[in-house]
Design a protein around this ligand. Sequence first.
Ligand code: ADP
Length: 396
Amino acid sequence: MKVLVINCGSSSLKYQLFNMKNKSVMAKGLVERIGLEVGMLKHQPADKDKVEISENIPNHRVAVKMMLDALLDKDHGVIKDVSEIGAVGHRVVHGAEKFSGSVKITDEVMDVLKECVEIAPLHNPPNIIGIEAAKELMPDVPMVGVFDTAFHQTMPEYAYMYGLPYELYEKYSIRRYGFHGTSHRFVSIEAAKFVNKPIEQLNMLTLHLGNGSSISAVKNGKSIENSMGFTPLEGIVMGTRCGNIDPTIVAYIMQKENIPVDKINDYLNKKCGVLGISGVSSDFRDIEEAANKGNKRAKLALDVFAYQAKKIMGSYVAAMNGLDVVVFTGGIGENSITMRQSICGNMDYFGIEIDDEKNNVRGKQAEISPDNAKTKVLVIPTNEELMIALDTVSLV
Ligand code: ADP
């Protein structure tokens, strides 16, 4: 079966077409700047040259059409007819408490997705628009929704409840949800295979460190904690997101900096994090380069990031009462040798150690702890698209 995976953002659409016989990627691409004056499609077939088309892409329906045209094109396409696509898997950010696993998309599911917009106004609308556009252009193809929050629905009640009046949870569904679930699920399954032990017997910390970063405690294969909360703003300091701060700071800076209510979320999501601390960039490559050249604030931003990761890890070892495996994934986790060193330094109390030679690795599955270490430390590249494709196949 061929499965098309779609990840729709507010102005972009990422896609991958998988041949599930051998789990290979037949083509992948990105449509960006949707709704802006000049949009762009970048299409990469597996065995042919990359194509780039620049034109006005007014909406997501046009973006889906461009993607299908690219997949069907006689020169750089990889299929002859849309009917070759056996199913479509859509990434959906927020499934709230309604979805604890992936689901086949029906009219009822669409209604529930729309209800979830209330608590995910930034993330869910583009996902819904993408699904609707895909349904319109591929009416006969079954579709599946895979949620970032679903894996964390096993979090116990005492872990997801905030110290707020219970009525706010009842009225507005305010609780911690956790995100990046598809990635944490994928790497925890791969890590168990890597260490050759049943996942049901492992206490794992999975660190998804990228532009957005979250850490999960995966006990016996189930997520019991994730550092993100009601939204992906909570948790460890990120590229441009502030992560955990004292909530009174919000009202205080709104007053002092004259930031209105409708702008404060944008400020905390886009102007803070390691970008805000360093003043250099949100990209860890730039920050590492600046720190190496002696930029003190860049060095401080990296230290804050590593320290906050450590603190969360320690608290999750307490929550799991044990630790067998630590997994690094995401752009930073997979590639930053120095950040892995900083996070794992002085953690021998938890049996966490790094072998410098084995740690000299980027972007591939590897064990980076010394042989016979008490805690295995692994690099496992994430593959959320493949996870979505696998869920899609199993549901259709
Ligand atoms: P997203 O959350 O958008 O999916 P990614 O997982 O792609 O992000 O991670 C992007 C981050 O990974 C950026 O901060 C980038 O600097 C970092 N990164 C990628 N390669 C390296 C590298 N070689 N060294 C350090 N950081 C890296």
